[in-house]
Structure formats: C-alpha cells, structure tokens
Unconditional design. Structure first.
Length: 313
C-alpha cells in the first residue's frame, strides 16, 4: 500500500476474465466488488486514500457488472405455511430420532422467527438465552455480519399460539436435552427428558421454573452422532444449511432451491406479505438500511401494496 488505481483495475479485470475448466467465470461480480471493497477498507484503516476514490476504479467495476449482467441466484424463502409443513414431519419424538427432531425444530423455528443468519445461529451459547415472562425468550447476538464492532443485538422469540410452532417451546425442549447431557446424566436420563417435554402437543414455555437464566457459555446448537448422541461441539453454518435441506427434502420439496438462508429470507418475505413495514422488519433482522429488504420485497412479494390488485381484473 498504497495500491495505484491502475494496479487495482488490472487485478479486478483479471478476475473478471478468469475462466474455470468448465468454461464458466471463476469469479462472480459480487465477489469482485467485495474484494475491491476490502482493498479500499484496508487503505482507509491505514489512513491512506483508497484506490476506489479514483473514478477509473468505479467505472471499471461498473463495466464488469454490465458485461456480466446475470441475475444473482437467490434461494427460495421458507414461509410460515412451509415451516408448519416441515415441523409436522418432525412430530415423532421417540428415541433416538426424536433427539434430531427436537434439535432441528428448535434450530429452524429460532432461525425463522429470529431472522437469524447461519453464522449467528451457530454462535449462540446457552447463556445467550434470556427467558422473559411477558414476551417469551430474548436471544443475545454478540456479533453479526453487519456488526463487526460487537455492539450486539437482542432478538425476541414471542410465545406461539400452537405448541408445534411456538419458538420458546421448541427451544426449551432442546435445552432440556442439552442440559441433561451437560449434567453428566446417562442415556436413560436423556430419554426421560425426551419423553417428558419432547412431545409438541402442549405448551411448556409458561412454566415458571424455566425463567431462571442459564449461566453457561457452552454452545446452544450442537451436532449429533448416531444413536441420539449429542456432541459437545458447536454446529457450524454449513451444518445449519444441511439441516434445512434434509428437512425440506423430507417434506417433499426440492432441496436444491433452499439453504440455511431460506429461514431468514422466509421471515422477511412473510413479514412483507403480512403487511409489516421495513422498519419493523429491520428491528428483527438487524439490517442497517432498506436496500437488501427491498430485494426480498420486489422478488418474493411483488403483489404486496401493488396497484394491480385494485384495477378490477
């Protein structure tokens, strides 16, 4: 540093011209833009004028975008009715498959209702679950993609109407199993916890004994081994996506259309379809502006607030 504008332009255009062995471009335009932004950020952090301030760099990026103007692939959102369909396929709660059903129900309902990114779900600890007698559960997000300074955010999971789709109930059922393992209980005790609170046919979220906050920094969502064994490790973002794909496939939907991001995208899309405004949606998603939200609105809910509904066809 400092990197001359000519060098940066050469770097970006070389990426744009790179071709994979199958004949497809090696780098998406979004990747090229992100790398240009990273170069600028490094200069700014060092107190140096960024190369992006040179108009030639921005014009080069615009040219790359025009030459590669293909729609960005977006995953399908999971809406409320989709979530019900998936959860109805996880109502069998016998050992050992019931352990996976409880974990996946909690993971997906938390991801959907909390509009979580995969990385945010993966990073949650037991101590980040804050019971609230009036509202349900608050979840502390310590750091996110748009919060690199670590200021944090509190997301709320409200009480649900039906036990099957109640986020606090689903989370408490999973935490019962996790705590049984962490206390060193044997398999029989975990099976007992599964039989006592695992069935999604009644609410368990209003029990006052659950209002005590757990002071434990161990992971909330964890991988599973065969035989219903809960591992002490932390699930990663890729594993979250695999859970979504597996449960989507089990419900008869095309798993190629969905990913872990379908939970967050589903919340935003469902909220727009239900009449929520962007400000109220941003309170849950943590977006700092409306630019990304408008993409969900435009692509997944194009008829909401659209005058075509009122033209009398």
């Amino acid at each position: 540093m400092p990197a001359p504008a000519e060098v940066v332009i050469g770097y970006l255009t070389s990426m744009a011209a790179s071709i994979r062995p199958d004949g497809k471009p090696a780098y998406a335009p979004a990747t090229i833009v992100r790398r240009a932004s990273s170069i600028n950020a490094q200069h700014v952090a060092a107190g140096i004028a960024p190369p992006g301030a040179d108009g030639r760099v921005s014009r080069s990026i615009k040219g790359i975008k025009r030459s590669r103007s293909t729609p960005q692939r977006r995953v399908a959102p999971l809406l409320t009715n989709d979530m019900r369909l998936l959860l109805e396929g996880m109502t069998a709660r016998t050992w050992p498959d019931g352990v996976g059903a409880i974990r996946d129900s909690a993971l997906m309902l938390t991801g959907f209702a909390g509009a979580f990114r995969r990385s945010e779900l993966s990073a949650l600890n037991l101590s980040d679950v804050i019971p609230d007698p009036a509202d349900g559960i608050y979840l502390r997000v310590r750091r996110s993609k748009t919060d690199q300074e670590g200021e944090g955010q509190i997301k709320g999971l409200p009480y649900g109407v039906h036990p099957l789709t109640c986020p606090p109930c689903a989370l408490y059922r999973w935490m019962d199993l996790v705590r049984a393992i962490d206390r060193g209980k044997n398999r029989n005790q975990v099976m007992l916890a599964l039989s006592k609170s695992g069935q999604p046919n009644s609410h368990i979220c209003r029990d006052v004994r659950r209002l005590k906050r757990i002071v434990d920094e161990s992971p909330l969502f964890r991988p599973l081994a065969g035989g219903g064994v809960i591992k002490p490790a932390r699930m990663n973002g890729h594993a979250v996506g695999e859970v979504v794909k597996r449960r989507v496939a089990a419900a008869g939907l095309n798993p190629d259309l969905y990913s872990g991001h379908s939970l967050r995208a589903g919340f935003v899309t469902q909220a727009f379809k239900s009449g929520s405004d962007s400000r109220s949606i941003r309170r849950q998603t943590g977006h700092t502006g409306d630019a990304i939200l408008s993409v969900y609105d435009r692509e997944n809910a194009p008829l909401e607030g659209n005058a075509v509904r009122n033209v009398g066809l």
